[in-house]
Design a binder for this molecule. Structure first.
Ligand SMILES: Nc1ncnc2c1ncn2[C@@H]1O[C@H](COP(=O)(O)OP(=O)(O)O)[C@@H](O)[C@H]1O
Ligand SMILES: [Mg+2]
Length: 320
């Protein structure tokens, strides 16, 4: 059973330059208890998808969707107040760079406590304090460090505290936006395995957002590849890694020399921004695609290659 299904989500930002379509008719499903990795380079719309699911877009953002069903409930039909009640309890988010946004003049424990008191007001103070202590233990912050200030923490510890905050209301879904990006390699692995073990222990589903395909390779059951606001391929980890069907997915995989040597320096791939002329018509990847053909001026349909593996490319399953 799917915990989350997203059907044709579109998000636009209004700016002085006009209207930017940051997310263009994106659909995917996240099975209960699994981890879905949303991968794509900077600017491809990953954080926007996270914010839209939380319904926390900036004021100039507009979203529409044919459906967003979370745990059997259609979120698009909910009013603001109903959505506010679902936030943190049903779906929470570890925002990109949140670990650097901790309040520098407040003790870390007090900040987690404040989050719990705000989102679970029905807990009395002693019970909230007990749960906060438990969360510090679960994310691996020693007891004697709870009362520290954020600057006394390492980056990894700050990220652990932010994860504790996001999980403190036992959400069914947690969206983790680039949770390891600012951290060194060893700490990255620690944070990813922490998320993995919390997922199993707490029976959560995770939407893991990363620009780094090797990060999602480690922990995700399913992977969705985003390019210029469009989902160009999605499938199980195995399908995407062993039989990548979209030329862009192959470019991403090739940039990571081998998975064994996954910490090699990735090449960056430049992309036409969503606002670039021509990006709206035809395949979003055609200007960079090594296999581009005249038909790619028309928007490619979504081809299902298996029940779980799909690709948005005219070549469909014949592209290998
Ligand atoms: N508040 C905003 N106003 C206007 N454009 C925005 C805003 N936030 C993001 N964008 C644009 O939307 C696109 C997707 O951004 P984002 O979701 O942050 O991508 P990612 O997380 O994949 O790096 C980018 O082109 C970005 O410039
Ligand atoms: Mg982002």
């Amino acid at each position: 059973m799917d915990l989350l299904t997203v059907d044709n989500l579109t998000v636009q930002y209004l700016s002085r330059r006009g209207c930017v379509t940051a997310v263009d008719r994106v659909s995917f499903a996240l099975p209960r208890g699994q981890c879905f990795g949303l991968v794509g380079e900077s600017g491809s719309g990953k954080s926007t998808i996270g914010a839209a699911l939380m319904r926390l877009l900036p004021p100039n953002g507009r979203m529409r969707a044919d459906g967003i069903v979370l745990d059997g409930e259609e979120l698009t039909r909910l009013g603001e107040e109903e959505m506010r009640q679902r936030r943190w309890r049903k779906v929470s988010m570890v925002f990109q760079a949140a670990m650097n946004a901790l309040n520098p003049v407040k003790r870390v424990e007090d900040q987690v406590m404040e989050a719990v008191r705000t989102h679970l007001p029905e807990l009395g103070t002693p019970e909230a304090a007990r749960q906060v202590r438990q969360w510090f233990a679960r994310v691996g912050i020693p007891d004697n460090r709870r009362r520290d200030y954020p600057h006394q923490y390492s980056g990894g510890m700050r990220q652990r505290a932010v994860i504790a905050m996001a999980l403190s209301c036992h959400p069914a879904l947690v969206i983790a936006d680039e949770p390891t990006t600012a951290l060194d390699v060893i700490v990255q692995d620690q944070i990813l395995s922490l998320l993995g073990s919390l997922r199993r222990a707490r029976d959560m589903s995770i939407l893991l957002i990363s620009h780094d395909i090797s990060v999602v390779a480690d922990v995700c059951d399913r992977i969705g590849v985003l390019y210029a606001g469009r989902m160009v391929e999605s499938g199980t980890r195995r399908e995407v890694f062993e039989a990548p069907a979209h030329p862009y997915t192959r470019t991403l995989l090739a940039a990571h020399i081998t998975l064994a040597d996954r910490r090699g320096t990735p090449k960056t791939v430049s992309l036409p921004g969503p606002e670039e002329p021509g990006a709206a018509a035809g395949c979003c990847f055609r200007q960079r695609c090594p296999a581009c053909q005249p038909i790619c001026r028309q928007s490619p349909p979504w081809h299902w290659l298996s029940r779980t593996h799909g690709v948005r490319c005219h070549k469909g399953d014949r592209s290998t």
